[in-house]
Every structure is written in C-alpha cells, then in structure tokens.
Design a binder for this molecule. Sequence first.
Ligand SMILES: *Cc1c(COP(=O)(O)O)cnc(C)c1O
Length: 417
Amino acid sequence: MTVEKGSMPNDKNAECTGDVMNSSASKTTMDLADKYLFPTYKRSHLVLVRGEGCRVWDEDGKQYLDFVGGIAVCALGHSSPVVSRALEDQSRRLVHVSNLFYTKPQVELAQLLVGNSFADRVFFCNSGAEANEAAIKLARRYSREKYGPGRHTIISMKGSFHGRTMATLSATGQAKIQTGYDPLLEGFKFVPFNDLSGLEEAVDDSVCAVMLEPIQGEGGVVCPQPDYLQGVKELCQEKGLLLIFDEVQTGMGRTGKLFAHEHYGITPHIMSLAKALGNGLPIGAMLSVEELSSAFGPGSHATTFGGTPLVTAVAKAVLTSLLNDGWLAHCRSMGEYFRSELENLKAKHPVIKEIRGLGLMVGVELEQPGAPIVEACLERGFLINCAQDKVLRFVPPLIVSKEEIDALIHVLDEELK
Ligand SMILES: *Cc1c(COP(=O)(O)O)cnc(C)c1O
C-alpha cells in the first residue's frame, strides 16, 4: 500500500501541528495512544503524570504505590534528587558529543563500575538488549580470534529473557518472544535452568559461551538452586567457555548486593547491565575481564549515543548513592521483611503456591492467573506486575519503606481471599 503525500486527509494535517492535545481536546491520552502508537503493549488503563519516591499519580490525581518501579529501573525512586541534581548539572555542561571524543563522566562511571566489580573493561550502550548484543558479539569475536572459526554457539536457558533485538531474542529461551521473526540468528542452544547435567551434555566443540541470568526475571523470578551457578562456572572453566551473566534486572543492588552473582561467590567473564543503572535514563553497559578486551579493538563495535556525558553523569550519581547511602543493606532488610510477610500470607491463602526471590526482586507464584490480582491492586492504588501468567512480580524502588510494604501486604491479604 502506498500513500501519496498530497493525499493526507485534512483532519490528519490538522493533528500534525505538534499541538496534538489542543487540536483534539476531546480525545483522551489513551485514545490518542490507541490511534498513533503501534499496539505493541497491553497497557494498564491509567495515564501517569508524576512520581515521587515510591508513589506515582495519574491524570485524575489518584495516587499509587509503585511496586513495579519502571520494571526494576527506578531503584532510587521517582523524582530522586540524586538524579535531578546530576541531570541538571550535566545538562548545563555537556549532553552529547559522540564517542569520537573523551568525556569525563563516561570514564568516571567506568572506573566506578570496575572498582566495584570483577570487571576490568566497560562498553556503554543504551539498553539491556544492546548490552547483551555487545556481550554476544564480544564472546563470538574473542572465541574466533582465540580458536578460529566454528566456535560460536552460545548456550542459554529455557525461560530466559535477554532482549528484543534479533540476536537477543534469538538468545531468549521463550517461544512467545521469537514467534514470527524467523529466520532467527543461528548459534544458540537452550537447556533447562538449574539443570547442570543438561548443560554439560549440550557442550560440544561449537560452543563458546554460556549465557544466563543469575535469577530469571521475566521467566517468573526463578532462583538458582544451591551450587548451580558454581557448577556452571566450574563447567565453563573445565571446557574453556566464557560465562556471561545477564544482570540487566538483577544488577545494581536489586538483590541486596550490587550484583546478584556476589551472593554465590563466583564471577563471570562478561556481565550486562541496564535497567537501574540510570534510574530511568536509558543506559546499558557490558563489562568484561581484561583478557577479552583486545577482541573489541577500534572499529569492532560502536554506538552513537552509548555513554553520553548526560546519562553517565546520572548513572555515576546513582551508583555512588547506591554504594554510599546504605541502600544495599536497606534492600536486604526490606526484602527479608517483605518475603517473610508474604510467607505469612501463603500460610493463610492456599492460592499462593510459592514465594521466591532475593532482596527486592520478589515473585509470588499463584495457582491461578495473576492478572485479576494485578487489576484489583491497581483499583486500590497499587502498581504490581505479573510475569509468566501466574507469577506476581514485585520490583519496587530499593528505597521502599516497611510501611509501604505493610500497605501492599494488607491489600494482597484481602484480594487473595
Ligand atoms: C529487561 C531485560 C533485558 C532487556 O533490556 P531492554 O533495556 O528492554 O533492552 C535483558 N535482560 C534481562 C534479564 C532483562 O530483565
């Protein structure tokens, strides 16, 4: 179908003045979204206009306690002064110049990430998918340089989620994410999470890396069994494979340590970060050990926007606050409290099958679909989320208080009856 420029209907021209809300005052934001945006999202029926701490407000002034946190993004909460200050300062100084030049905030953030992790090198990008894309490219290129062609397969996990670009959806072990996009990128193999012997059997001469989330997020908050990640690391060492941790969701303090793998006493060769790294500004990062750095020489990988002074200045302020203001300890204690309160609910409500999680990454698996509970919570002023149909997922700002958790528990108690 072709549309000629001159054939635009008059009402369409009228709406293209940029002042959309005024030119169609009778239309609500939701109607306009339905008309103009690709229908890629099944959104909750509310238009959010403001946020502060763990609370957000809709167009009608109704207040909600936010246990979604922008999907594990707004770790320091909404309208965090830490973010506002860094954003304002840096926006007056320098927003973007491209990676053709050195900029201070980017280097300072890299130094801070390296100083607080296993890693030696950082590549900045704009999202979780891009961070994983970089991880996949680095693993392939390093392995090719070291072993020659043919060693390119990456083993990832069933139920995993690594993003929506062609490479990262090809690495994602969920059919619903891949449907309709064939042919997928070659060179991915899937094994069940928490199955060490399944992983061992899948390793052949074509495999260069194992890629996994320390705790599966979109997969429904699935935790590793004791010693599983250690077993994966040992297998990687034995077979000369790279270990890639996708900490896009679990990283940046979500589980009560800066990175989830710290709980398990092991380190990967490569790690991807995004979500909470910029507290809502788009930034991703791919980190690795020194040995891999030469595989990403000049011209091997790049991005226009990745690591701009603006987003890295904000991320540096966010990371500094996470490390220095006690939020990791707060996250651990609030997470423990939240999960113990949920265990109390489980004892009362047989509809709860299992409580899972670590820190403030919490999943409640139900015996039935979670959507009606999500809807009921929304009505009562609580934003929660559902993963994999039956798992209520809670990833609130890490600054959430005991009183805010109590308020949610009270509502869940009534709605799960
Ligand atoms: C959200 C997520 C991604 C994708 O991040 P985007 O920023 O949406 O591209 C990748 N991996 C994990 C584990 C995630 O939770």
